[in-house]
Every structure is written in C-alpha cells, then in structure tokens.
Design a protein around this ligand. Structure first.
Ligand SMILES: CC(C)(COP(=O)(O)OP(=O)(O)OC[C@H]1O[C@@H](n2cnc3c(N)ncnc32)[C@H](O)[C@@H]1OP(=O)(O)O)[C@@H](O)C(=O)NCCC(=O)NCCS
Length: 167
C-alpha cells in the first residue's frame, strides 16, 4: 500500500532559482558521480537569462531537476542536464520535467546529448519522441561517444498551457 501511494504522489514541477543552488548541486553530484558540474556551473544555470531551470518537488523535497538552454539564433533548445534522485526514479519524474522544459523553452526543435551506454535515458528520450541525429565520437571525458538526439516539436506544442502541477 505504501509503495502504491509513493507511485502516485503528486509531483510539482516548478522553476528553480539561485536559492536552490545547494539542493540542485547535491542532486547533480548524486546523479552524475563521475562528471558532475562544478557548483559555479550550476549557479550559472540557475541564473542565466536564456536558461530554463526546473525542479520537481515531491513531498516537499527536490527530487529532480532539468536545465535547458535557448539558442534563438538556431531556433533550438538544448537540454543541458536532467537528473532524478536515485530513490525517486521510475515514477515518471524525468518525463514530466522534460515535457515542461520543452514547453518553457518554446523552441521549434529541442536537442540533447547522452552517453551511448545510458540505456535508461535513451529509452526515456525515445519515448518522448527524440530521434538520434548524430554521434559525437569520444565526446565525454572518459572517451565515450555522445549520441545527439533531436525532437521536432509539434505545431502549437510549445504554446500549450503550462502544466506545473502534475499527478
Ligand atoms: C535518466 C533519469 C533522468 C530518468 O529519470 P526517471 O525519473 O527515473 O525517469 P522516468 O520515471 O520519467 O522514466 C520514464 C520512462 O523512461 C524509461 N526509463 C527511465 N529510466 C530507465 C532505466 N533506468 N531503464 C530503463 N528504462 C528507463 C522507462 O520507459 C520509463 O517508463 P517506465 O518506468 O514506466 O518503464 C534518471 O535515471 C537519472 O537521473 N539518471 C542519472 C542522470 C542521467 O543519466 N541523466 C540523463 C543524462 S543524458
């Protein structure tokens, strides 16, 4: 019964600010133990004007985050990072963060990169409608290839009503 309740616990996807620096950096280190961003990059992501930053709040605690950059000259949004607390995975939180970030970016196309070995993330992006468009050889610090994926947003998709409260 308790597990069922956890699975349907309401998640609020809301904007993150510089006040969330500690919480987001802690999540970043948990989610990317080998190549987490330094705190200064997290702070930049939480303050740059062309950046969308969202956190997922579950039971009053930050359970996940996402950062997206707008590149208006390219007509493109880029998902820069996304992570969900290891204890809160497989509850649809990343999917909801991604959906809201795509809406808030408001760009006709959205791209991202992921490690070739990151099969869980690959599945998430496949299901969200991303297509692989390129491979960046040895893109990551350990020499692993980066897969570039792109989603062409459906017409009107970026203008949907914001759905910050999701169940
Ligand atoms: C990848 C990550 C963000 C997914 O977060 P999440 O909240 O668990 O993802 P969701 O629950 O929204 O997953 C939605 C769907 O994606 C797929 N998926 C997500 N994680 C998966 C995994 N580890 N294995 C297989 N499929 C997975 C599933 O189809 C899932 O639906 P289901 O649970 O009903 O089967 C999370 O595992 C994470 O933070 N990983 C470490 C950081 C990272 O790799 N970020 C991505 C960098 S590109």
């Amino acid at each position: 019964m308790a597990a069922e309740h956890q699975a349907v616990a309401p998640v609020a996807v809301v904007p993150a600010t510089w006040r969330d620096l500690r919480a987001v950096w802690d999540l970043e280190k948990l989610c990317f133990p080998d190549d987490s961003w330094p705190w200064i990059d997290v702070l930049a992501a939480l303050t740059f004007p062309e950046t969308v930053r969202l956190k997922a709040m579950l039971e009053g605690q930050p359970a996940g985050f996402i950062v997206g950059d707008r590149r208006r000259h390219e007509g493109m949004g880029w998902i820069a990072t996304i992570g969900v607390h290891p204890d809160r995975r497989r509850q649809g939180i990343a999917r909801r963060l991604l959906e809201q970030c795509e809406i808030d970016l408001g760009m006709p196309r959205v791209r991202l990169t992921l490690r070739r070995s990151n099969l869980g993330a690959r599945r998430l992006y496949d299901l969200a409608g991303y297509q692989q468009i390129d491979v960046w050889n040895r893109y990551y610090r350990n020499g692993e290839d980066g897969l570039v994926m792109e989603k062409v947003m459906p017409p009107g998709g970026a203008s949907q009503d914001e759905r910050r409260l999701v169940e």
